[in-house]
Design a protein around this ligand. Structure first.
Ligand code: PGA
Length: 261
């Protein structure tokens, strides 16, 4: 696991965007796994800037989102379809046919999940997966207790996740308790993983994921098994890491071209 600590979320998001740019420039038909939530916003802002100002080309890119709320139509403003469209897709030149997000209104969850896995395989697998982390250590919506070998399926959110995400819903609005999410096994099959975590409320989950035992109780700890996992943190998210100084030192030893990715 490579742990990169930056002063703030904007700087870390920009650095993560450079890694994605390199991926797309190396392989223009890359398959990207994408995440929602507050965390990836600086990353998406920078990718949009790279597209508009530097011509970063998404025309041959395929995307698979991690998850979606069950019961929300794609056009529902709180759906992850709507979130992705507003914050990213409508600002870049990605083809609508190349975007994949689970359908929260499906009548057959099991068939949809199997189909989602097949589509990922048919696309050649995910080259680079973007992740956030929940305060309870979840990745995607794989809540604590999720099998480390799990595939795309239905999950029930924890009260902690519901409370963390209540800020995205207006008062009186129904907040779904069920989701479709890629599994931990699905995520681990990606060729490269970028996990972003910002803010002191993520510090405990980050430390457990990076330095604690590999356990289904902390789903993000499964990333210790992945050969190419990179964690982009701001200082507050790194504050509970016992080896934070070592990670900073490792980063400082890198040649300039590697530091700037
Ligand atoms: P957040 O969510 O980016 O909104 O903090 C992270 C997650 O739940 O993975």
């Amino acid at each position: 696991m490579e742990i990169i600590v930056q002063s703030d979320a904007e700087t870390a998001g920009k650095l993560a965007a450079r890694m994605i740019r390199r991926q797309i420039e190396t392989k223009p038909d890359s398959v990207l796994g994408l995440a929602t939530g507050g965390t990836p916003l600086p990353l998406y802002r920078e990718l949009i800037r790279m597209h508009k100002e530097e011509g970063l080309d998404f025309s041959r890119v395929t995307t698979f989102n991690l998850d979606e709320y069950i019961g929300l139509a794609p056009e529902h403003p709180r759906s992850y379809h709507a979130f992705m469209h507003e914050t990213f897709f409508r600002h870049v030149n990605i083809s609508a046919d190349s975007i994949h997000i689970p359908d929260g209104l499906t009548r057959d969850v099991e068939a949809l999940c199997a189909d989602y896995e097949s589509r990922i395989l048919a696309a050649g697998g995910i080259d680079l997966q973007v992740l956030g982390i929940g305060t309870d250590g979840h990745i995607g919506f794989n809540e604590p207790g999720s099998s480390l070998a799990s595939r795309t399926r239905i999950k029930t959110l924890t009260p902690q996740t519901l409370s963390d995400n209540a800020r995205f819903f207006e008062e009186g609005e129904i907040q779904p308790h069920h989701v479709i999410t890629m599994g931990i096994g699905t995520i681990l099959d990606s060729r490269r993983i970028l996990l972003l975590a910002f803010g002191a409320n993520k510090a405990e989950a980050v430390a457990a994921a990076a330095e604690g035992p590999i356990t289904a109780s902390v789903p993000a700890s499964a990333l210790q098994l992945h050969p190419k996992a990179h964690l982009f943190l701001d200082e507050p998210a790194a504050e509970k890491l016992t080896r934070a100084d070592y990670y900073r030192w490792v980063y400082d030893q890198k040649p300039g071209w590697q530091k700037n990715i």
